[in-house]
Design a binder for this molecule. Sequence first.
Ligand code: FES
Length: 97
Amino acid sequence: MKKIEVCCGGTCLGRKSDEIFDYLQEEYKDTDTAVHMCSCLGRCKKGPNILVDETQVYHYSKNRTIKESIENNEGEQYNRYDNEEKLDLGSDFLGDL
Ligand code: FES
């Protein structure tokens, strides 16, 4: 079973991550993939962001749908608990707190 989390922190939501959430929920509704919302992933500048299986982060792209990107394993490595260097503190990350 795959787990997809769509960031609905302030920055990603401002970039319409709620529409991505709706899209992915519809696409995966009859599968064993669970689609949830989550809080800020600390990558605001690249958002809207989507986390898959807590290890791969995907950024919205106009070139492919998020679903195509996920199915092609095009995400970047992500560790929720070991990402101090990757946190996007220079932008509006703190605005989500
Ligand atoms: S609000 Fe989505 S990564 Fe920060």
